[in-house]
Design a protein around this ligand. Sequence first.
Ligand SMILES: Cc1cc2nc3c(=O)[nH]c(=O)nc-3n(C[C@H](O)[C@H](O)[C@H](O)COP(=O)(O)O)c2cc1C
Length: 181
Amino acid sequence: MKSALIIYWSNTGNTEKVALAIREGLESEGLKVDLKKPQETTDTDFYLYDLVCVGSPSIEWQPAKPIHDLLKAKLNLYRSQGKIVPCAPKVLGKNALLFCTYSGPHTGMDEATPAGKTMRQYFEHFGFKIVGEWYVLSEFHEREDLSTLGRMGDIRGKPTAEDLAKIKKDAKHIAVSLTEE
Ligand SMILES: Cc1cc2nc3c(=O)[nH]c(=O)nc-3n(C[C@H](O)[C@H](O)[C@H](O)COP(=O)(O)O)c2cc1C
């Protein structure tokens, strides 16, 4: 049975909704899924999973600190174990999905991509194949101005049930491709 680890951090619930939709999609194809917060993964070895999913809101266009700190710690650990090597060769059967929720009120998606690319870069260094880098437009809770007057228009209620159904479906496709490997 293929296994997946989903790590996410969420302050106002958007990233959590996406993480749960991904879990549903993966489980629907029979993957065994562990869903964890960053602080629960200090001793978790990413290389024990077929797929590692990491999700964060964009906070000042970077991953949230608990996620960034975790990834830095893993990089240091894996470097000390000799796993971080020149040219970052792929490690067979190791896959990663990065997902980032964002509101983009000032400059749109450009204020989310640095966060997604930063998370991605860690997994490139680990030798994981990147199977997805997802950006999910989401309501800016407790700031109606930033949810209605920003670059992305009226984003209240996002991610919607429809958005989450699409995420579930996309996760299911990833699971199918893993089980066919
Ligand atoms: C302090 C703070 C900084 C933020 N910075 C950004 C940003 O740089 N770019 C962006 O698109 N959204 C930004 N946002 C909006 C959040 O990324 C977005 O609402 C996200 O979906 C929240 O996720 P959560 O509900 O899982 O905490 C920021 C929100 C807060 C509270």
